[in-house]
Design a protein around this ligand. Structure first.
Ligand SMILES: Nc1nc2c([nH]c(=O)n2[C@@H]2O[C@H](COP(=O)(O)OP(=O)(O)OP(=O)(O)O)[C@@H](O)[C@H]2O)c(=O)[nH]1
Length: 139
């Protein structure tokens, strides 16, 4: 008999925390996305043979038309929304980019003061990190 873990699929996802002074860029998932209208950090799935940094740089262009310098890894979180699928999330800090973020795919994007972030309806996996950022324990 196979181990239960053999049936679990791991999806690797990158997310970027863009920092502008006291504000963080928060993005609202579009009406068409699963978990629509929840808030998140921009990013997406890592493709096969892609590094986490390259995946995030690619996603930031696709989602925000932004050429960004990927900063340090801030946090790794494993979370399951669906039985049998674990999402492994890598959050990177981003301080440098060219131009202004342009909303290409989201319902909304907003620069939010850290302390205000818990008022947004963030994805479940992000909640602990969002709380720590708001409390000044992170970033
Ligand atoms: N970009 C991003 N994704 C997050 C965050 N937190 C979090 O749980 N996720 C989850 O990580 C996954 C990101 O994948 P994605 O945005 O490419 O969307 P997806 O899996 O639906 O893509 P697919 O339709 O190609 O399968 C989603 O399940 C999303 O809910 C976050 O802060 N940023």
């Amino acid at each position: 008999m196979s181990e239960p873990s053999a049936a679990v699929k791991v999806k690797r996802v990158v997310a970027g925390i863009l920092v502008r002074g006291d504000e963080i860029l928060c993005c609202q998932r579009s009406h068409n996305d699963p978990m629509s209208l929840k808030w998140e950090f921009p990013g997406g799935k890592i493709e096969p043979n892609e590094t986490a940094e390259a995946a995030l740089a690619r996603e930031l262009v696709e989602e925000l038309n932004l050429a960004a310098e990927i900063g340090p890894l801030v946090e790794t979180i494993r979370h399951s929304y669906t039985a049998g699928v674990i999402i492994e999330l890598y959050f990177f800090r981003i301080d440098r980019w060219q131009g202004e973020p342009e909303n290409r795919v989201f319902a909304d994007i907003r620069w939010v003061p850290r302390i205000e972030m818990p008022k947004l309806d963030f994805l479940e996996a992000d909640l602990g990190l969002v709380k720590e950022i708001a409390e000044g324990k992170r970033l």
